[in-house]
Design a protein around this ligand. Sequence first.
Ligand code: FEO
Length: 160
Amino acid sequence: MLISQQMNDRLNDQINFEQYSSHTYLAMSAAFEKMGLKVFADYYRKHADEEREHAMKMFDYVVDAGGTVVIKAIDEPKGDWNSVEKIVQQTLEHEILVTKRINDLVELAEQEKDYATRSFLQWYVDEQVEEVSTAEQLLTLVKMAGDNILYLEHRISQMA
Ligand code: FEO
């Protein structure tokens, strides 16, 4: 096996967290559907699909590295599903947390001189720059738009 047992366990935790991210964005998509905000709902549904891809990319890496993938229960998403601004704020906080988790994995890979995993994780490091930046832009737009939800839907459709 190319990776340590500790790295294998931590990658499995992150696979679970990416699945949890997917679950969370799907719950947010459902909330937007309920509000009648179709563009937002589609945007978050697509984001949920992307999070699943992040999980599967890590799944494949663990397999390629000769490790063991363990699929665990996914926590129920929690949040205030009645406010556009609170959902987008939660998105930003969530992506900052993901970034911290990826950085912690990078730190472990470097401590273990596990350069294969370090190289693999660079894709996630780069992805998180975009994820946090997009969430920040979205939050700025939501705050600027106030009650002008249709303007917001138009802008989101341009970002998607
Ligand atoms: Fe997979 Fe949005 O981080």
